[in-house]
Design a binder for this molecule. Sequence first.
Ligand code: FAD
Length: 222
Amino acid sequence: MADYSVKLLAKKPVTHNVNAYTVEKPAGFTYTPGQATDFSILKEPWTAEKRPFTFTSLPTADTLQFTIKSYTDHDGVTNALTHVQPGDEFEISDAWGAIEYKGEGVFLAGGAGITPFLAIFRDLYAKGQIGANQLFFSNRTTSDIILKEELEQILGDHFFNLISGENAEGYYHGRIDKDFLQKHVTHFDQPFYVCGPDAFTESILKALEELGAKADALVFEK
Ligand SMILES: Cc1cc2nc3c(=O)[nH]c(=O)nc-3n(C[C@H](O)[C@H](O)[C@H](O)COP(=O)(O)OP(=O)(O)OC[C@H]3O[C@@H](n4cnc5c(N)ncnc54)[C@H](O)[C@@H]3O)c2cc1C
């Protein structure tokens, strides 16, 4: 896999702990919506610290974008990213990953796990192909919801928010589990896209299989 040095062009807040980073796109660089890259900050002591992040830009755009949640409770890469400035350099690898669009279905995202789906939805919307895709998006609080207005615009009434950490009016309360899926998903013979923290992905995949979803219709990062 090749590596590329790219400059940060712009950094914009998305939520209280998520920023959008616009970076240069190397000539001829390609990826499909849902794919990720091995990313590092080209400034010591971070150069060797590779972390996976997903492209959230349209593949046709002139620049690349990442949408990254920062964990400021420890000194990792995402905390260091809160201090970078336009002009700073990153290294990225060729694109990789198993998440890609395989037809109309149900998308289940937890927190920053929305990023591959954001890329897929932006691409489908730009092509006028959003269809009947549904998104169930799980967050702890309403302030954690990434790009709610944009997702509402793209998905309309096919966008459902669950909040687990507070009682927020107008939102489903709780987590995505077997009961929730049974109640809110009309049929299990369709693609399911799952992305979130490991425990989120594992528990949802298990519930989906118990509810009759076929293994080859489950799309997730392996
Ligand atoms: C394929 C893929 C694509 C991804 N795409 C995105 C994306 O587009 N956007 C995005 O925001 N994230 C994405 N992630 C997640 C992202 O890679 C991680 O959040 C990131 O690697 C964390 O790096 P870090 O150095 O800040 O934390 P690390 O030090 O690597 O820690 C990893 C996790 O452990 C916990 N942790 C570790 N040490 C401590 C500590 N001392 N105190 C408290 N907590 C601790 C943190 O909660 C953190 O989530 C993706 C992950 C994968 C696998």
